[in-house]
Ligand binder design. Structure first.
Ligand SMILES: Nc1ncnc2c1ncn2[C@@H]1O[C@H](COP(=O)(O)OP(=O)(O)OP(=O)(O)O)[C@@H](O)[C@H]1O
Length: 339
């Protein structure tokens, strides 16, 4: 649905050159809710501005819905842009216009008949739960309600893609939740592919199925949300994951570990169905070992349970080895933690 092939973007201002994107390769499939996360200045906004061609790449290809944007004429590009809706951190509503008129803007610009506009706008206000606010003005609405209007306006021209640039960053956690649930409905009920730009891992955890982590103009890690959360590789990804999953042995436990003898410590990661099995009990029963759970955490991601445990296993070396194999055969990810 959205593809970037070796995309570079360099800004030149007088003597200052900024390489905002340095060789981005990215693939967002139809139906995805794809998250892009990174700290400030990583290049997230530049990336999203390339998808709707607010910016042109310095090099590389941006392909949306099978069309290479670089190759399109201005009129083809305008038609293409109608397929892409966008919502923003500060909502970007016109303060002097009613909620109805704000949502109607794309339809008025497309010169749609009045009756059709009325029907579509009311249908969208129904969808976002704001029918009764049609005649209100943006200043009379809460932040969450304003973002709902932003979503309704973005959907007005029936886009295939919705881009969300820090769309929940100005909202409190509860309102964020309700907006994210609404985005899920947009994805499912209107079959719209969604790209979410954020610096909050909880947003990714809540709604995305895939995630790309950006740093200094590059994608440093990419994958399914479950894989990236379960097994972050890059230190920056680990830092982001830490904000939502407590994923390390507490210091006090670490200190006491140094005093123990020849047992070994393993990080064990279990997902999905296996997470509901009593695998610690099973491994102890099947092998001549003792297991001490040092730390355990259970999180739900994409309606799948992810369990991360730190297990201290004591016993003969060969028994420990067999126990580790048993866990791996069960589908667990097992890694020894070097003390
Ligand atoms: N129009 C521009 N002209 C010059 N430099 C720019 C421009 N837009 C962005 N940059 C630079 O490109 C780099 C990436 O910026 P970008 O806004 O894409 O990052 P970001 O990850 O979205 O950060 P934030 O979350 O703070 O918006 C930064 O160093 C920024 O200063």
């Amino acid at each position: 649905m959205i593809e970037m092939k070796s995309v570079y973007k360099t800004y030149k201002r007088k003597d200052v050159t900024t390489e905002a994107l340095k060789g981005i390769d990215l693939k967002v499939e139809e139906g995805d809710i794809f998250g892009v996360i990174g700290y400030s200045g990583a290049g997230k906004s530049t990336l999203v501005r390339l998808v709707n061609y607010l910016e042109r790449p310095t090099d590389g290809e941006v392909i949306v819905d099978g069309q290479v944007l670089n190759h399109l004429s201005d009129s083809q590009l305008r038609a293409m842009k109608k397929q892409i809706g966008m919502i923003f951190q500060h909502f970007n509503l016109l303060e002097s216009k009613t909620i109805f008129d704000n949502v109607a803007i794309p339809l008025v610009l497309a010169k749609k008949p009045k009756e059709e506009i009325k029907q579509r706008v009311m249908e969208l206000l129904d969808f976002v739960g704001l029918r009764e606010k049609a005649k209100s003005y943006p200043r009379e609405l809460s932040g969450g309600q304003k973002q709902r209007v932003g979503i309704a306006r973005a959907l007005a021209s029936n886009p295939k893609i919705l881009l969300c640039d820090e769309a929940t960053s100005a909202l409190d956690p509860q309102t964020t939740q309700s907006i994210l649930q609404l985005l899920k409905r947009v994805n499912q009920e209107y079959n719209i592919t969604i790209m979410i730009i954020t610096h909050e891992m909880s947003v990714i955890q809540e709604v995305c199925n895939r995630v790309a982590v950006m740093e200094a103009g590059e994608i440093i890690e990419e994958g399914s949300v479950l894989d990236v959360f379960g097994h972050p590789k890059h230190p920056t990804t680990k830092n982001f994951v830490k904000t939502v999953i407590h994923n390390s042995i507490p210091e006090s436990v670490k200190r006491s570990l140094k005093k123990t003898g020849d047992s070994k410590v393993f990080r064990v990661e279990v997902k999905g169905e296996v997470a509901s099995e009593p695998i610690v009990h099973q491994v102890m029963k099947a092998h001549d070992i003792e297991v001490n759970i040092l730390f355990a955490n259970m999180t739900e991601i994409q309606e799948t349970t992810l369990v991360i445990m730190y297990l201290q296993i004591a016993g003969e070396a060969s028994a420990i080895e067999k126990a580790v194999q048993f866990l791996k055969d069960k589908g667990a990810g097992v890694e020894e933690v070097v003390k």
